[in-house]
Design a protein around this ligand. Structure first.
Ligand SMILES: [Zn+2]
Length: 71
């Protein structure tokens, strides 16, 4: 199931939910204030490389996999 993003119109809380595609636009409760007044946000499916910000703690895969093998 794909992950969809929603935003509450009452408290502005943003949340994500795994749902069937057929149910992506059906009503969903805000987990914060339990309101049904929510909207689905446009999901941008990231494709491959994201330049900059989204880097994890490992700069490259090779340096990550060799960590802790010394000594
Ligand atoms: Zn809410």
């Amino acid at each position: 199931m794909p992950l969809f993003d929603y935003q509450c119109n009452v408290c502005d809380n943003k949340f994500s939910e795994l749902r069937k595609i057929a149910e992506k636009d059906s009503e969903i409760n805000c987990p914060s204030c339990d309101s049904l007044d929510t909207k689905r946000l446009l999901t941008t499916f990231s494709v491959g490389a994201v330049s900059g910000a989204a880097q994890s703690s490992c700069p490259t895969a090779s340096s990550c996999s060799s960590a802790g093998q010394f000594g």
